[in-house]
Ligand binder design. Structure first.
Ligand SMILES: [Cu+2]
Length: 332
């Protein structure tokens, strides 16, 4: 080691050390004094972290709709006795369908039942004419036939709680109804099990009816639309008789006074084909598939049966003839 490098080493003296300690002590004392003097400040205000959290809005943040594409595969289902009707998705009955504002929805639907059905998102589950978003697949008088499948793609443009139902009048009441929720903020499409309508087992439906014969050239019949409590059986009733056969001579003027004593909507018509609600003849209809006669209402029709043949009178609500609302109408 050289003399020069030895001189570079700085040596501390005792006096210098004492001075340093004194400075440190003064800083500590002053700091403690300040801290104590402003004691209130530290306890009165919450930490900044907490303040920041409180400043965040309490309401959910609105997000711009992304217009995501969502696909739902639904099936129209019926119990064997037609007492229960429902939609099924991935084995779940009438699931709640939850989507977000602006989403593009595709509904693929299969009719795996025996009755005709139609799909629509509606604002009022009791009104088949309240379809929104242009979401309908088929309609009350042009439903999807058994075995057929169809799709609809539409945009959800208004937030709210809606329903998807079968547009055939009465079918929502029999269970074909689920919630369709359009959320304002973006969320993933969720489906949760809904509730189906549980009903009791029905007794077998009676088919043959007695005869009503016109004696003159006019005939007036008082009729009722009737339903069993579980909706398994639907029929016409006149003087306590189920679905009587009506027999008239060609040219007879027929008046039907009908009361809807059921809970479901119904419509009346003499038809050439009992499986086709659009085959009404003699201008005999009371109501129609999409404008049926509501519960407790009554209406009349008068028409001339001017063409001989074997016809039927049915309920014009699709499926109701199949459920029993059907009688023979013979013009001789
Ligand atoms: Cu009916």
């Amino acid at each position: 080691m050289t003399t020069e490098s030895k001189n570079l080493i700085i040596k501390s003296s005792g006096r210098r050390t004492a001075k340093g300690i004194a400075i440190i002590l003064i800083v500590m004392v002053v700091g403690a004094a300040i801290s104590l003097a402003y004691k209130d400040v530290w306890s009165k205000y919450p930490p900044l972290r907490v303040l920041n959290q409180k400043q965040q809005p309490q309401t959910p943040v609105e997000t711009i709709p992304t217009g995501e594409k969502r696909t739902f595969n639904l099936v129209f289902k019926e119990s064997e006795d037609f007492t229960q009707l429902w939609f099924e998705m991935d084995g779940v009955k009438n699931p709640d369908i939850e989507v977000s504002l602006g989403d593009e929805i595709t509904i693929n639907i299969v009719n795996s039942g025996l009755m005709p059905h139609a799909f629509g998102v509606v604002s009022d589950p009791n009104d088949v004419n309240s379809v929104i978003f242009n979401s309908a697949i088929g309609s009350a008088n042009k439903p999807l036939s058994p075995g057929m499948s169809e799709s609809a793609t539409f945009k959800v443009t208004k937030p709210g709680e809606y329903y998807y139902i079968c547009l055939v009048p009465g079918h929502a009441l029999q269970g074909m109804k689920g919630k369709f929720i359009v959320k304002e903020s973006k969320g993933s499409a969720v489906t949760t099990p809904g509730t189906g309508i549980e009903t009791s087992t029905p007794t077998s439906a009676e088919t043959s009816g007695p005869l009503i014969v016109a004696e003159g050239n006019t005939l007036t019949i008082d009729m009722q639309f009737k339903e069993s409590e579980d909706f398994a059986q639907l029929w016409f009733e006149s003087n306590g008789e189920k679905n009587p056969t009506i027999k008239v001579k060609a040219g007879t003027q027929v008046t039907i006074n009908i009361v809807n004593s059921g809970l479901m909507p119904h419509a009346f018509g003499v038809v050439s084909d009992p499986n086709d609600v659009n085959s009404v003849i003699f201008n005999s209809a009371i109501g129609s598939a999409n404008k049926p006669l509501l519960s407790n209402n009554s209406a009349s029709t008068t028409f001339t049966a001017d063409k001989p043949g074997e016809y039927y009178y049915i309920c014009l609500v699709p499926g109701h003839a199949l459920q029993g609302m059907k009688g023979k109408f013979i013009v001789e």
